[in-house]
Design a protein around this ligand. Sequence first.
Ligand SMILES: [Zn+2]
Length: 207
Amino acid sequence: MIKTEKLACHECDLLLHIPEHTSACHSLVCPRCQHKISSGHSNALDSVIALSISALIVLGIAISLPFISFSAQGQAHSISLMHTSIELYSQGFTSLAVIALVLIVFFPFLYIFCLLMITLPIKLGLITKAPVTLGKFIGLLTPWLMADVFLIGVLIALIKLIPMADISIGGAFWAYLMFVPLFSYVVSIVDPYRLWNWIDHDSKCAY
Ligand SMILES: [Zn+2]
């Protein structure tokens, strides 16, 4: 007999009896509103740890190397991700500088860091369930993860800039280009149902 547990649908509050484990290539979907509750994964914990560490490494490279260099009318500029916010701040756009830095670098870093704080101790057998606070914090961060939006904006800006200046792509650009799909895949694996399975069964109602 398949072991089930009770869960209220996040969208329509329908009380569901769902299996404790979902096999890979299968998804749990609410029968009333079709909201996807979770996707099956053969080894979500290991995948999240490996991909999160990889994402942290490429994010570190993206922060430390020049993002883009361009020259026009005899003037050459090289700009890094951190420099983007510094430039905005120096031009008086303080709030925009803070928002850019937070959404592009700080929130994705914090998300991965908290995720590793949950998954690594479980994997190492130090704890069986992570603290509820971390789960709630990740839930607050998730709507503000906009690394993919930034990358799309950069690609559009590049298309417009190429005819006007001599553009050279820096190592940080390629690193960030690798970071975004890695990070997006991690976020797609960590749905609220799976996240709260790693935290505390009694606190599932909190998401
Ligand atoms: Zn529903």
